[in-house]
Design a protein around this ligand. Structure first.
Ligand code: MN
Length: 302
């Protein structure tokens, strides 16, 4: 049987899904895809048809993993060319937008309690007696459903270090495959991966602290930094000697989004954010204001 797999090419869930397919069925042909404007989804049909014609495939099965065309029409059209369209996904919204009669034409393996990669792992019934592969896929899964333990973060760092800097590089899933099935036992060993991921994590934090310390403005005990909020560990380092709390701010059109962070339980960030109709918790809160309001009332005035 010939197989074409369309996978989400912009996150680990999709990349790992592709790697699992390649492992189980080495002859699989791949198309990396990201969410695109509706009209570009028809290009996908062309790519799929070109690929199957080029390889002279007979009745290939089309899989969509961790991604699906938003338009039902695209799937209707594909089902006209191919006998089998199989979707393995966990994106609830898109699943709910699926026409009921489409479910007669496509096979849907939907489970929003786990990542697509973990569903692919089960779907492909991968031989993995020692659970070596499973334990890695599980860490990708936990990342996808925002269950961020230290292990998950370290493993993500390790995977990230195997990606090409060119995000359009289609060999990325190939690099990820080495982490799961490569010949090098150092890469394969999960504990070793986590160890390296941990070193990368502490380096990332040090670099973020360095950058923010050199670029922020501290006035009356408030540190202002133009950029996205950072990890709590970064906040902690900056607040250790420099400021009472931090205002991370960034511009979105004529709007300023702010994130207030502190580590001192005596100061309530939610209370500060509430002055601008924001809210949150004692340690972290957010608000959004116009650019004028930000410079007139907040920046260097708090
Ligand atoms: Mn996913």
């Amino acid at each position: 049987m010939d197989r074409i797999v369309v996978y989400h090419n912009k996150d680990f869930d999709g990349l790992v899904s592709a790697a699992l397919f390649k492992h189980k069925y080495p002859d699989t042909k791949f198309i990396g895809w990201d969410y695109t404007p509706m009209d570009r989804e028809y290009e996908l049909i062309d790519s799929i048809r070109m690929l199957s014609n080029f390889h002279k495939m007979e009745d290939p099965v089309i899989y969509f993993v961790d991604i699906r065309p938003k338009q039902n029409e695209v799937l209707y059209e594909l089902s006209g060319y191919f006998t089998n369209v199989i979707i393995i996904d966990h994106h609830k919204k898109i699943f709910e937008e699926t026409n009921v009669d489409l479910l007669d034409i496509v096979s849907y393996y939907f489970d929003d309690s786990r990542s697509a990669a973990l569903s692919v792992y089960y779907y492909l019934d991968i031989l993995d007696n020692d659970k070596i592969i499973y334990n890695k896929v599980k860490l990708v899964s936990d990342y996808d459903i925002w269950n961020l333990s230290e292990k998950v973060i370290y493993f993500q760092n390790f995977l990230q270090s195997h990606l090409s800097f060119n995000i359009n590089d289609n060999s990325n899933w190939d690099n990820i495959q080495k982490v799961f099935f490569g010949k090098d036992s150092n890469i394969l060993d999960l504990d070793n991966s986590l160890y390296i991921g941990k070193i990368i994590e502490s380096y990332n934090i040090q670099m973020a602290v360095k950058k923010i310390k050199s670029l922020c403005t501290v006035y009356r005990g408030v540190a202002y930094y133009n950029g996205l909020p950072e990890k709590t560990e970064v906040d902690r380092e900056i607040l250790k000697d420099d400021a009472l709390y931090i205002v991370y701010y960034y511009f979105v059109d004529d709007f300023v989004k702010m994130s207030f962070r502190n580590i001192d339980p005596d100061m309530d960030m939610a209370e500060i954010a509430s002055k601008w109709n924001g809210g949150g918790h004692k340690g972290a809160a957010g608000a959004g204001v116009s650019v004028d309001t930000f410079f007139d009332e907040i920046y260097m005035k708090l």
